[in-house]
Design a protein around this ligand. Structure first.
Ligand code: AMP
Length: 320
């Protein structure tokens, strides 16, 4: 149905058949994704698993990784079993260092992703930066393999839809294309409670809600409009939040007129997790220069010290 789009997505066009043939050669497939999963990581991982199960009912397809409590409503991870050299498919993960799992266990590795492909760690790499999400790309793969949603069912549709909603900020961000909306519309033909899932995705405890008060009262901003907030471990324990729960509020600053770029820096056990966002200015080059990465307007980096945090503020300030 969407084959007319193929010429815009050469990596998909050139590799979708190769991937199907490759999967065909293995009895076991393991699907991995990145650490600290978000809805797109889980949605594309479990969505692909469901699609492969419907195409290849006799193959063993397993999704592995740490479970993320706030996303367990979408589905569960499998438990690892010892397998002899399976095919490993890694979704939504730009760099091998951020894979939640051991890729040396795989006979061959396939990378399926929508981040800039600086590190093509797969034996086969299907990477398209023009799609909103890896979930959108998985839908396009299934569409290329089949005909008219042949291989999509209620479960995979729900997972892929949730991934798309997650990475587009509910169709708000500029990665939402006409194709994204068409794919979402196809997925909504299936039977799942999208409104309930969206509520579940944004549910928060009273502590998380109160924590927004901290975020509102404690940010700093440079004259040019780099806004940032420092969240020490003591504040996490004061509000009883994990780093992940605290970090989900990064977009609270999006609506501030004067803020062109903003980030949250959360103190973790061994380093500081920075979630970085921007309205228009490209920031993933700065994230990369600090050892991180991501999309042009949504990136992340792990840094070691407060001094480095200050250098990050200065580097971002120079971009405005
Ligand atoms: P997040 O803020 O965790 O939603 O991440 C935004 C984007 O930046 C995602 O595409 C991540 O894959 C990427 N990203 C986040 N943290 C890192 C990191 N430490 N290194 C490389 N990329 C990252």
């Amino acid at each position: 149905m969407f084959t007319e789009y193929m010429n815009h997505y050469p990596s998909l066009r050139d590799n979708y058949k190769k991937l199907l043939n490759m999967i065909n050669d293995y009895d076991e497939v393991i699907i991995l994704r990145h650490v600290r999963p978000d809805p797109d990581a889980i949605g594309s991982q479990l969505g692909l698993k469901e699609i492969l199960k419907s195409i290849f009912p006799n193959k063993k397809v397993t999704a592995l990784g740490e479970s993320e409590t706030s996303l367990e409503f979408l589905g569960q991870m499998d438990t690892a079993t010892s397998v002899e050299k399976p095919l490993l498919i890694v979704v939504d993960t730009a760099g091998a260092g951020r894979i939640d799992g051991d890729i040396s266990l795989g006979d061959k590795i396939v990378k399926i992703d929508h981040h800039p492909n600086h590190e093509p760690y797969g034996d086969l790499n299907i990477v398209e930066t023009g799609v909103s999400s890896t979930s959108e790309l998985i839908y396009l793969l299934a569409d290329a393999w089949g005909f008219d949603n042949d291989y999509i069912n209620d479960v995979s549709a729900r997972l892929l839809y949730s991934g798309i909603v997650g990475d587009t900020g509910r169709f708000l961000f500029n990665n939402t294309s006409t194709l994204t909306l068409k794919v979402a519309s196809e997925l909504r033909k299936f039977d799942f409670d999208a409104a309930k899932d969206m509520m579940d995705m944004n549910r928060q405890s009273i502590e998380q809600f109160r924590f927004k008060g901290y975020l509102i009262n404690n940010f700093k901003m440079t004259d040019k409009g780099v806004l940032y907030v420092w969240v020490p471990a003591s504040v996490l324990s004061e509000y009883g939040l994990t780093s992940n729960e605290a970090s989900m509020h990064v977009n609270i600053y999006r609506e501030i007129d004067e803020a062109g770029i903003w980030f949250m820096a959360v103190e973790e056990e061994t380093d500081i997790r920075v979630r970085l966002r921007s309205k228009e200015t490209v920031i993933n080059d700065v994230a990369e220069s600090f050892g991180g990465g991501g999309h042009p307007l949504a990136s992340g980096v792990s840094i070691a010290s407060q001094d480095e945090l200050q250098l990050l503020v200065e580097a971002l300030d120079r971009k405005l």
